[in-house]
Ligand binder design. Structure first.
Ligand code: CP
Ligand code: NVA
Length: 307
């Protein structure tokens, strides 16, 4: 049966490990697997702007012998002029997989329900699961393991916070989220993550204290305070997030060998200080590169299950 990857907990702990192991193999031998030989086409649709996701999917599909068809949704009929369901039925006849960056998670669910080919979430308002695969690979490379590690995320209870919760506990990690009051992650996501943690040995904690979250952790992560689509709230958010900058003083509370993650794009001086982002504990460029390797592994993994 066709599998889709719409949110972090669409895969089990064992499946997550399969994808990460395959990513490590593809990182060593980038051109060995030709899943999309033909070339088969993969549609990569953008309702929002992107640098990393656009480049890493285009390069990854091409590495796998395929053709990346990049579609800017403003130039298509999708959404306003034609339903998501009808779009899915047209695309599934011609492409091997559908990758979509959009706003509402419900749109991705609708696309997947109407598509016989795998649908991949390339970021929605609710989750960024491809980014988390890259983050997990980066942590595994730097720390040698995932299960049992402590990860703190400081900032907005946004799509990245939800994905850290779900992907982190799926991997057996202890995930702490610190947000300002009023910006906590969705309660339903916290509940799902707590449930998964019981089966993997991970744990979840949510606080309004960055210092409490960061103390003694192995990994510290943050993300922009103003996500795509929230530009009108910028000034209010900058005020509300005062005190939540990941700077060297806060980072000192983590373990001395803690690593720092940021999905990028980063806003130095706001959610993260320049000296931390560009400092010795930051592994952000590895993290950005790993988008390529994990997404290739994900596409190969989904293609094998869609046969
Ligand atoms: N991290 C990430 O998804 O970056 P882009 O928005 O540039 O794709
Ligand atoms: N939370 C950010 C992530 C960007 C990659 C956003 O949704 O804009």
């Amino acid at each position: 049966m066709t599998r889709h990857f719409l949110k972090d907990d669409d895969i089990s702990q064992a499946e997550q490990q399969e994808i990460l192991q395959l990513a490590l193999e593809l990182k060593k031998a980038p051109y060995l697997v030709k899943t999309f030989a033909g070339p088969k086409t993969v549609a990569v649709i953008f309702d929002k702007t992107s640098t990393r996701t656009r480049v890493s999917f285009a390069v990854g599909i091409s590495d796998l012998g395929g053709y990346p068809l990049i579609i800017e949704s403003q130039g298509s009929q999708l959404g306003v002029k034609e339903s998501i369901a009808d779009t899915a039925k047209v695309l599934e006849r011609q492409v091997a997989q559908i990758v979509w960056r959009t706003y509402a998670q419900a749109g991705l669910e609708e696309m997947a329900q109407n598509s016989k080919v795998p649908v991949i979430n390339a970021l929605s308002d609710e989750y960024h699961p491809c980014q988390l695969l890259a983050d997990l690979l980066t942590i595994q490379e730097h720390k040698g393991t995932l299960a049992g590690l402590k990860l703190a995320y400081i900032g907005d209870g946004n799509n990245m916070a939800s994905s850290y919760l779900l992907a982190g506990v799926t991997a057996g990690m202890h995930v702490s989220i610190a947000t300002p009051v009023g910006y906590s992650p969705a309660e339903s996501v916290v509940a799902r993550a707590t449930h998964i943690a019981k089966t993997t040995g991970g744990s979840v904690s949510v606080t309004n204290s960055p210092k409490e979250a960061v103390t003694g952790v192995d990994v510290v992560a943050t993300d922009t305070w103003v996500s795509m689509g929230q530009e009108d709230e910028k000034q209010k958010r900058l005020n509300d997030f005062s005190g939540f900058t990941l700077d060297s003083e806060l980072l000192q509370k983590a373990k001395s060998d803690a690593i720092v993650l940021h999905c990028l794009p980063a806003y130095r001086g706001y959610e993260i200080s320049a000296d931390v982002l560009d400092g010795p504990q930051s592994v952000i460029w590895d993290e950005a590169e790993n988008r390529l390797h994990v997404q290739k592994a994900l596409m190969v993994w989904l293609a094998e299950r869609a046969k």
